[in-house]
Design a protein around this ligand. Structure first.
Ligand code: ATP
Ligand code: MG
Length: 472
């Protein structure tokens, strides 16, 4: 079942239940009102009769009143309403009844009449008739000088009158059904219109394949569906970029690896039988293979950098990290090594990756300095940011290369030796960004370069045993 049909079905069911509830409640209210009104009618009629008995109307001048003339006169003068009937009882038997046709005859029911005739005071009750239950009132009457006992019976056919309620409810139900049908139809069409753009998004998504990520959804308006379309398009932008990046990555990697492979192949093909020649070729081949190995290792690091398991975060003491990296870096080359300072802060980070990044920076610094020049390491923490840097007083980064050197396989215009492949700084950037940080370059050509890794320090990274500053 489609979402459209399901939603509409539920809505209609709820409305249907509400309408049914309304009908039941209306019936109860109307029936209550009817019962009340008819009871009132009986009291009204009995009151009217009793007033008649004491009035001058009851007597004909000169003729002594008897029970039956009294009742007959009353019945002549008072006509019952639609769901009413009156009749009189004289001496235990039905005497006269009102002229209008009654819904059902009660004066023929002898047992009932005999029962009613026993009343000595006005009495009320309910009785079953051919047209359902009816309410009655009986008012006894006697006349001085007439030994017979009489009574007036007023009957209200309650169930019969309730038939009108059923008619009203029937009309209401029919109208509700029609309204429900129209609402369902309109709802179905409206839902179709509302969901049409969603269907469009789905169809577009179906058509978009990996090979054609350039398609976009035509977004119109500013409602939720348009927002969905926009979100979808943004997602496609990201996917397209990711796929392009991936393709570029593979292109670059293939291209970079082809050179050493060609070199190795060429030398092996030309290699003669001369042992000296063989030794030289073997050394060169091993050298190239080492270079390939490094490229492959670096590429693997970069490929992994987008994955969640790239970092293994732990509590890292920046001071320890700085000093340990400094100790490792020192023997790498004969330079004037210096420790600028250390940050006494514990951060949540991957210590090994940070050390890896620092060593990349150190290797660059070594490559671009001469023995008499200085290389310094240091770290600091201030204002929610921790910084670790590698500084050198070498040739510096040429201004034309500043932006490009952070890109994969891009080397600066100052790069001379064939050794580097241009993957060092991208790895540093990848490690910094995986930590939510960045790499900042500050360099004056001829005076050296300063590469700083900036890391955000969250409150949680403040050490539990943070050294308290002694109050002065
Ligand atoms: N400390 C520095 N001083 C001057 N230039 C630098 C320095 N560090 C990096 N560069 C420039 O940035 C370029 C890119 O550096 P990167 O580390 O990415 O590659 P690489 O060192 O050439 O090769 P790899 O690191 O893959 O061996 C270098 O080729 C160089 O031109
Ligand atoms: Mg490098």
């Amino acid at each position: 079942m489609s979402a459209r049909a399901r939603i509409l079905g539920w809505v209609l069911l709820v409305v249907l239940l509400a309408l049914a509830g309304a009908l039941v409640a209306t019936h109860a209210v109307l029936r209550g009102q009817l019962d009340h009104r008819l009871d009132g009618e009986i009291y009204h009629e009995t009151g009217k009769f009793r007033a008649y008995l004491t009035s001058a109307d009851a007597a004909t001048p000169g003729v002594p009143a008897t029970v039956d003339t009294l009742l007959a006169r009353y019945l002549e003068r008072n006509l019952p309403e639609k769901y009413e009937t009156f009749f009189s009882i004289v001496d235990g038997a039905a005497a006269k009844r009102s002229a209008a046709d009654a819904a059902a005859r009660l004066d023929g029911d002898r047992a009932l009449v005999a029962e009613l005739a026993k009343a000595t005071v006005p009495a009320y009750g309910t009785v079953e008739t051919a047209v359902g239950s009816a309410r009655y009132g009986v008012v006894p009457v006697s006349v001085q000088g007439d030994s017979r006992r009489g009574a007036l019976v007023i009957v209200e056919f309650v169930d019969h009158a309730a038939g009108e309620i059923s008619d009203v409810l029937g009309v209401m139900a029919a109208m509700s059904g029609a309204a429900l049908l129209v609402a369902g139809l309109v709802g179905w069409l409206a839902a179709g219109r509302i969901l049409a753009p969603v269907r469009e998004v789905r169809l577009a998504a179906d058509q978009i394949s990996e090979s054609d990520l350039t398609r976009r959804i035509d977004v119109r308006g500013s409602d939720d569906v348009a927002a969905l379309g926009r979100t979808f398009n943004t997602m496609l932008d990201r996917l397209e970029r990711a796929f392009a990046d991936q393709r570029e990555f593979i292109d670059d990697a293939g291209h970079e690896l082809r050179t050493p492979i060609t070199i190795v192949r060429g030398h092996l093909e030309l290699m003669g039988d001369d042992p000296a020649d063989r030794r030289a070729t073997t050394a060169l081949v091993l050298d190239e293979l080492g270079r390939m190995q490094r490229i492959v290792d670096d590429l693997l690091v970069l490929a992994k950098s987008g994955r969640p398991d790239f970092l293994a975060p732990e509590r890292v003491d920046l001071a320890d990290l700085t000093v340990e990296t400094f100790t490792k870096a020192r023997p790498l080359a004969d330079r004037h090594w210096r420790l600028d300072g250390v940050a006494e802060v514990v951060v949540r980070a991957d210590g090994q990756r940070l050390a890896q990044a620092l060593l990349q920076l150190v290797s660059n610094a070594v490559r671009h300095t001469r023995p008499e020049q200085q290389i310094a390491l240091g770290s600091s923490a201030a204002g929610g940011t921790a910084r670790i840097w590698v500084r050198d007083t070498g040739e510096g980064v040429p201004p034309d290369s500043r932006a490009s050197i952070f890109e994969r396989f891009k080397r600066g215009s100052n790069a001379q030796d064939e050794d580097g492949s241009g993957l060092g700084l991208p790895i540093v950037v990848a490690i910094a960004e995986a930590h939510g940080g960045r790499v900042v370059l500050d360099s004056t050509p001829g005076e050296g370069a300063l590469f700083t890794i900036e890391l955000p320090v969250s409150d949680r990274s403040v050490p539990d045993h943070a050294p308290q500053e002694a109050p002065r």
